[in-house]
Structures are given as C-alpha cells and as structure tokens.
Design a protein around this ligand. Structure first.
Ligand code: HMG
Ligand code: MG
Length: 299
C-alpha cells in the first residue's frame, strides 16, 4: 500500500489525565493547572484534563471538578474529561464540560479490572450517557483499550477491536482512540489491526493512543501513520499508565512525536521548545524521570 501520511496531525495531549492518574503522591491542583497552562502556551489545542471516575478507584483524579472550574479560558482549546458512566457524565456536565471521553476495552478481563463490568455492559452503560450528551451538545470521544494485547490475557481478537470501535462510532462518538494500553505491540501487528479497523471506520475518525512500555510506540505510530490517521494521543515527558493495567508505563512522549512529525514535514501547530519546557516542569514537580529523548538532549 502507498504511504498516505497526513499533512497535519492533531495532537491530543493526555498528560494531565493519563500522565498523572497513576502517580501515587497527591499532585497539587496548582501544579496540574500550571501544566495545563503551559501546554496551552505551547499551542496544544486538545487536552485531556482529568477524569470523573470513582475517586475510590483513582484518587489522583478526585479533584476533577476543581480542575474544570479553574481551566484557562481559551476559546481555541478543547478540554476533554473521561467519564466511565452516567454518574461521571452528570458530574462533568454540572462542571461545564464541553467534551467527554468514554472508554471500553477489547479484553473482557481488562474491562472487569478497569471498570468492574463486561465489555457489553460497558457499552450498554454508554447509551444513556450518549443520549444525554447529544441532548446537551456535548462531544463524545471513545477509547478502545488493549487493541494490541491485554495485561491479563495476552493476545486479543482483532475482530473484537473492530466491533467495539465500530459500535462506539455508531453510538455517536466523533472519534475513537485505539489504545495499546500496555505498549506491547510491534509495527506489523499494529498495521494489521489498523487495516482491519479501517474496513469499518474511516481514518479521520481514528486516533492512536500508544503507550511506550517496550520502546515501540514511535515505530508503531509511524507504521499506522502510513494509513493517513491524523490524530495522535501523547503525553509530555512520556508520563502515563493505567492503574488497572499491570506493568503499563508511559504514553509516547509528545516531545518525541512532535519532533518526528515536524521532521517529516507534518504540521502540528505546536512549539517544540515550549512543549519541552512543560515536560521539564512536570517532571521536576513530580521529582521523576523525563522519558522524552528530545528533552534529554536539551532541545
Ligand atoms: P463500581 O464500584 O462498579 O461502581 O465502579 P458502582 O456503580 O457500583 O458504584 C459504587 C460507588 O461508586 C457508588 O458510591 C457510586 O455512587 C460511586 P457509594 O454508593 O458506594 O458511595 N460512583 C462514582 N463516583 C464518582 N464518579 C463516578 C462514579 N461511578 C460510581 N463516575 C466505575 C465502576 C466505572 C465507577 C469504576 O470502575 C471506575 O471508576 N473505574 C475507572 C478506572 C480508571 O479510571 N482507569 C483509568 C482510565 S482508563 C485508561 O487509562 C486507558 C486509556 O488511557 C486508554 C488506553 O491506554 O488504552 C483511556
Ligand atoms: Mg492510556
């Protein structure tokens, strides 16, 4: 197949949510908001800022309402919050959310561990949420997790990845992000999965959400980019990981993906220097390691 790289890519920055949800120590809200502000200043236009999940399940996200109340007022930036069920959606709506994300998985075991229900129960839960979102003019993004493997069961069925992704689109999600939750995929496997999904859903409605656990994320993303997918989720400093996915570590670093895209002549609208500064800021605050290679060479 001819390489069909997109001319521009929309980056969905997930560090305030995916990047921080797994951090054990409480991160002060001022730090989270400063990170979001710096991401905005770097030109990021889509930011997943928090999640309205159960605070018992993910204590780090317990301040979602306060985050929403204090977001920088920017007409050109879209803020997204994760909502696992109607309860989470209602909380988000009350706080003025304009866009939410629902998440399902292609693995039964992961679905149980992450959301305490089967795959089909999770899809059923989204139906009233989608209806309410439609009634209130709220955009809904979808996730299919474990698209290249499950932390508990290993291989997943590509047919199941396709079924869930198509169901989310048919329900009204404007886009579905395909999650390699535990960064287990390799490029040809990723291409096989994308080719199957593209039989049912067009490239503009798909996003790539690849964790970098085994150092494969850039290679996997490049392999999938050939199919013209114009949306990529990423996290500054390569932060990230799901508390219910054993062994999951960070997302692909936004600095590294932006460097790669710009080098390929693919626009993102992002200022790499400011992005690197944002990654250093949050790493310093967390007293952690910056996993971006571009940040490490002092860009
Ligand atoms: P459950 O315990 O089955 O919920 O959890 P329940 O409906 O039985 O309710 C139990 C209690 O929780 C009740 O309170 C509810 O009100 C409350 P009680 O009566 O005991 O006082 N509750 C809530 N409270 C606040 N917000 C809510 C909410 N829902 C119920 N939304 C549930 C089910 C889905 C809530 C739980 O399993 C959960 O919160 N899971 C989320 C786990 C999570 O956030 N994982 C990480 C995000 S996903 C991810 O990282 C993958 C991704 O990055 C893509 C990829 O990498 O592949 C997106
Ligand atoms: Mg993730």
């Amino acid at each position: 197949m001819a390489k069909n790289y997109p001319k521009s890519v929309r980056i969905v920055e997930v560090s305030p949510r995916d990047g921080l949800q797994n951090v054990k120590a409480e991160v002060p809200i001022e730090t989270k908001l400063a990170l979001i502000n710096q991401l905005c200043d770097a030109g990021v236009k889509d930011i997943e800022v928090s999640s309205f999940v159960s605070p018992k399940w993910v204590p780090q996200m317990a301040d979602a309402s306060d985050i929403l109340a204090q977001l920088p007022a920017r007409a050109d930036t879209k803020y997204i919050v994760l909502t696992p069920n109607l309860k989470g959606f209602d909380r988000a709506l009350e706080c003025g959310a304009k866009e939410v994300a629902v998440f399902a998985a292609a693995s039964e075991t992961f679905s149980q561990k992450n959301t305490n229900c089967t795959i089909d129960e999770s899809l059923k839960r989204f139906e009233p949420l989608m209806q309410k979102a439609l009634d209130n003019g709220i955009k809904v993004r979808g996730y299919t997790s474990c698209v290249l493997g499950c932390p508990y069961k290993g291989d997943v069925s590509i047919d199941e990845v396709v079924r869930i992704t198509k169901t989310l689109i048919d329900m009204g999600c404007y886009e579905v992000s395909l999650g390699d939750t535990i960064g287990i995929g390799t490029p040809l496997k990723a291409q096989k999965m994308i080719e199957a999904v593209l039989q049912q859903v067009s490239a503009e409605k798909l996003a790539l959400h690849f964790h970098d656990t085994r150092g494969q994320a850039l290679a996997n993303i490049l392999a999938c980019l050939e199919y013209g997918i114009p949306n990529i989720d990423a996290s500054v400093a390569g932060l990230g990981g799901c508390p219910y996915a054993k062994g999951a570590s960070g997302n692909v670093s936004t600095e590294d993906i932006v460097y790669m895209l710009h080098g390929m002549g693919i626009e993102t609208g992002i200022d790499l220097d400011k992005l690197v500064a944002a990654g250093h800021y949050i790493t310093d605050q967390l007293k952690g390691t910056n996993n971006s290679r571009i940040a490490a060479i002092g860009h």
